[in-house]
Ligand binder design. Structure first.
Ligand SMILES: Cc1cc2nc3c(=O)[nH]c(=O)nc-3n(C[C@H](O)[C@H](O)[C@H](O)COP(=O)(O)O)c2cc1C
Ligand SMILES: CC(C)CC(=O)C(=O)O
Length: 354
C-alpha cells in the first residue's frame, strides 16, 4: 500500500486526525511550557550545512553498524510505551517494520507486547529499554529475559526518576482498558485491580536510582549497556567509567522543560567520549538533514519516537515502514547534495560556524 504522505510533518498532521484525544495528548505532549519540545525541532533548522561540490555521488552508501549490528541506515526507533493504544499489533508491528527495513527498534519496558513476542518478530534486530523498578528483583528478571530472548543491548533510561509534569495528560489522561496485561510491567500495586493511568508507572520507577545501581546493572548482564537520557560531558564520562555507551536525549521534552537539546549537548559529549564508546541521539528528528547534522556532530545513529508512532497509528507496520523509508530517502539525497558518499565521510566540518 503506497501512503500519500510526503514527509513526517504530513504524517504527524494525519495522525493527529485519527488519534483519540488522550492518545494525542500522550504522544505529542511535553513537560510544562513545552519549550524543550519546540527547541528540539528548531535546533536542527538553526544549523546550516557546508556542502562540498564536484564529488562523484552517483553511488551513496548510508549503511553503518551499531554495537556491531549492521544497519541499512543510521536510524532506529526509540523506546515508546504503549504502542497498543493505536494499533492492535502494537510493538510487534513496529519491530517488524524496523527489522524489515534493516533498522532496529528499542522495545520499551512499558509495552503492550512481551519482549519474547518482539524477539520472535524481529530476531537479532531489537534492543530492550529498561526502566529500573523500585523492586530490583523484577528488574533483574526482566534483564535475564531480555538477554535470553536475544536483545542486542540493554538501554537503561536514567532521566525519569519521576515522570515530568505533562499538563496535556493531566487534562486528558490516558486510560488503559481494564484487564490489560502489560507483560514487562512488574507486579501490580497492592489494591490495584488494573492499570488505570500513568501514575501507576510513576509509582514503579525508582527515584533513588544512582551510579552505584549502574555498577550493579553492569554486573547483571553481558549485554552492552546504553544509558539513555544523558545531556552533559560529566555524565558521559561517568557512563564510560561504568562501561556504558551514551544515548543523548531530553526524552522528547517530556521530562525537564528548558533542558538543553540533545543536538546542543552533542559536541561536548562527543569530545568527552572521544571514540571510546558509541553515542546515540534522539529528539525532534524529522528530516534526513537532521540525521545528517547529528551524525556530523558525533552521533553513531539517531532514533525517532513520535514519527514511528504516527506511522503505526496511520497504517500499522506499513506506516512505520513509511516513516523509516522517508528518513532513509531524505538522508541519501542530503548526503549526496553535501558531496559526501558514506556515513564515515561525515564530521564537524559539515556544519557552518559563524
Ligand atoms: C508516547 C511516548 C512514549 C515514550 N515512552 C518511553 C519509554 O517507555 N521509555 C523511554 O526511555 N523513553 C520513552 N519515550 C521517549 C522517547 O524514547 C524519546 O526519547 C523522545 O520521544 C524523543 O524522540 P522524538 O522527538 O522522536 O519523539 C517516549 C516518548 C513518547 C513520545
Ligand atoms: C510510561 C512512561 C514511563 C513512558 C515514558 O517514558 C513516557 O511517556 O515518556
Amino acid at each position: 500500500m503506497a501512503l500519500p504522505y510526503l514527509n513526517l510533518r504530513e504524517m504527524e498532521e494525519a495522525a493527529a486526525a485519527v488519534l483519540s484525544p488522550a492518545a494525542l495528548a500522550y504522544y505529542v505532549g511535553g513537560a510544562n511550557d513545552e519549550v524543550t519540545v519546540r527547541a528540539n525541532r528548531d535546533g536542527y533548522a538553526a544549523l546550516k550545512l557546508r556542502p562540498r561540490m564536484l564529488v562523484d555521488v552517483s553511488q551513496v552508501d548510508v549503511s553503518t553498524t551499531v554495537l556491531g549490528m549492521p544497519l541499512a541506515f543510521p536510524v532506529g526507533i526509540a523506546p515508546c510505551a504503549l504502542h497498543g493504544l493505536v494499533h492492535p499489533d502494537a510493538e510487534v508491528a513496529t519491530a517488524r517494520a524496523a527489522a524489515g527495513m534493516g533498522s532496529l527498534m528499542t522495545l520499551s519496558t512499558m509495552s503492550h507486547r512481551s519482549l519474547e513476542d518482539v524477539a520472535h518478530a524481529a530476531p537479532g534486530q531489537w534492543w530492550f529499554q529498561l526502566y529500573v523498578y523500585r523492586d530490583r528483583e523484577v528488574s533483574r528478571a526482566l534483564i535475564q529475559r531480555a538477554e535470553a530472548a536475544g536483545a542486542g543491548a540493554l538501554v537503561v533510561t536514567v532521566d525519569t526518576p519521576y515522570l515530568g509534569r505533562r499538563e496535556a495528560i493531566i487534562r486528558t489522561p490516558v486510560h488503559i482498558a481494564p484487564g490489560t496485561v502489560l507483560p514487562n510491567v512488574g507486579p501490580r500495586r497492592a489494591g490495584s485491580e488494573h492499570l488505570d493511568d500513568l501514575s501507576y508507572f510513576d509509582s514503579l520507577l525508582d527515584p533513588g536510582l544512582s551510579w552505584s545501581d549502574v555498577a550493579w546493572l553492569r554486573a547483571q548482564t553481558e549485554l552492552p549497556i546504553v544509558l539513555k537520557g544523558l545531556l552533559t560531558a560529566e555524565d558521559a564520562d561517568l557512563a564510560m567509567q561504568h562501561g556504558c555507551h551514551v544515548w543523548v536525549s531530553n526524552h522528547g521534552g517530556r521530562q525537564l522543560d528548558t533542558a538543553v537539546t540533545a543536538l546542543d549537548a552533542l559536541p561536548e559529549i562527543a569530545d568527552a567520549v572521544a571514540g571510546r564508546a558509541e553515542i546515540y541521539l534522539d529528539g525532534g528528528v524529522m528530516r534526513g538533514t537532521d540525521v545528517l547534522k547529528a551524525l556530523a556532530l558525533g552521533a553513531n545513529a539517531v532514533f525517532v519516537a513520535r514519527p514511528a508512532l504516527y506511522g503505526l497509528a496511520l497504517a500499522g507496520e506499513t506506516g512505520v515502514r513509511h516513516t523509516l523509508a522517508l528518513l532513509r530517502e531524505e538522508l541519501c539525497l542530503a548526503l549526496a547534495l553535501c558531496g559526501r558518499v558514506r556515513i564515515s565521510d561525515l564530521g564537524p566540518d559539515l556544519i557552518f560556524r559563524r
